[in-house]
Design a protein around this ligand. Structure first.
Ligand code: PMP
Length: 385
């Protein structure tokens, strides 16, 4: 019997590395392997390959390459920026409750341990945080504050107006950490124009390898950042540990391809979501779209089919479409997504949220077929109720 994998519609969770990325990595995983911190020829070659990767990441972010610190992923990058700078921010750490747990939980930890007073950023119904709301939060005084915000929300897809928010923050003399894990592949970024102090990216959201990410940091903060990891003092002491050349080369290649192909990729993703929504409509199903209607990640849809719970839908869809839900089902009890709850949805509506995210290799056929499977699943679940 032939077994076929479900249509992959979970690129926002993890986007498979591009073939060019895998090819570039193989050399450094194989014949060219060396410790890039070693003082011999193979080590120097590996160090140069890592410097090239830093340059490519810098190009993607409109940033100086010297500010790029390799980490294990965006979770570590967010932890490094927030824990590393919290002690210097007597004005507190302000986060949005809609953001990834690697920001929200770090803020909670720092607050609960008395290391940095926590504050909340207000958002509207679409999850957008306005520059005025940020200014209002920061007006309480108390010294320099740190504001941490995801550029693109990983669950609802809303994109924040980072340039205007950055201006409001830096005009007040505060620091701005941006988690660009979800946007770096899709949205042009310039850390200087956006007045960003520190910024996180993640390899596997950028069609690069999983297990690596980076934190870019403004050089003015070099003497202020407390490292998370102590050891051999690699990467200027900001992050001890041997930099894995094959992963850094993979991330650098992914960054270059993201920049080269951004316009083309955005157009493809926009047409996939349009096709998908039209096909759902053609099948007689019109979902509620969650998050901002236009300022959103391309290819990323946060949806709700009223009356159909996300776990019911996902279990029916499992053989056909791989997608995700913010809801969690533990010991038979549905816990609705904390993000959708924080957006003001009641428990029932929040328990209906699903996320469909397409990628560069999604085909028109897949987008249409995914819509057909989802429409069938919604009808089946509603009929049962
Ligand atoms: N931030 C955001 C916005 C994310 O979407 C993710 C991954 N879901 C992370 C941080 C964590 O990234 P990583 O898997 O690289 O630790």
């Amino acid at each position: 019997m032939k077994f076929s994998l479900p249509i992959y519609a979970d690129y926002s969770s993890s986007a498979p590395p591009l073939p060019e990325v895998v090819e570039a990595m193989m050399e450094w995983l194989g014949s060219s392997h060396a410790n890039p911190h070693a003082d011999h020829l193979p080590g120097h070659r590996a160090a140069r390959a890592i410097d090239d990767a830093r340059q490519r990441i810098g190009d993607l972010l409109g940033a100086d390459p010297e500010g790029v610190i390799f980490t294990s992923g965006a979770t570590e990058s967010n932890n490094l920026a927030l824990k590393g700078l919290a002690g210097t921010c007597l004005g507190g750490l302000y986060v949005s409750s809609l953001d990834h747990s690697s920001i929200v939980e770090v803020a909670r930890y720092l607050n609960d341990n008395g290391e940095c007073r926590g504050g909340q950023l207000q958002h509207d119904l679409y999850g957008s945080v306005s520059p005025d709301a940020v200014k209002a939060s920061l007006s309480s005084g108390g010294g320099r504050a740190l504001v941490a915000l995801a550029h693109g929300n990983n669950e609802i897809g809303t994109i924040q107006e980072v340039a205007a928010i950055g201006r409001a923050i830096s005009d007040g003399g505060h620091l701005f950490h941006v988690d660009a894990s979800q946007t770096a592949a899709h949205v042009p970024i310039s850390v200087h124009e956006m007045r960003i102090s520190t910024l996180s990216i993640s390899g596997h959201k950028l069609y690069g390898p999983a297990g690596i990410g980076a934190l870019w940091m403004d050089s003015q903060l070099n003497d202020e950042l407390l490292p998370l990891l102590h050891g051999g003092g690699q990467q200027g002491g900001a992050r001890s540990g041997t930099v894995p050349a094959y992963l850094a080369v993979g991330l650098g290649t992914a960054a270059k391809l993201a920049l080269d192909r951004m316009t083309e990729s955005r157009a493809h993703l926009a047409s996939m979501t349009t096709l998908f929504l039209e096909a759902l409509h053609g099948n007689g199903i019109d979902p509620v779209i969650i998050g901002h209607p236009t300022k959103r990640l391309p290819g990323h849809l946060s949806l709700r089919f009223p009356g159909a719970t996300a776990p019911d839908l996902l279990s029916r869809l499992a053989p056909h479409v791989a997608l995700s839900t913010g809801a969690a089902c533990s010991s038979g009890e549905l816990r609705a997504s904390r993000v959708l709850r924080a957006l003001g949805m009641d428990e029932e509506s929040a328990g209906e949220g699903v996320r469909v995210s397409f990628g560069r290799s999604t085909t028109r056929r897949e987008a249409k077929q995914a819509a057909g499977h989802i429409a069938n699943a919604v009808r089946a679940v509603l009929d049962l109720n």
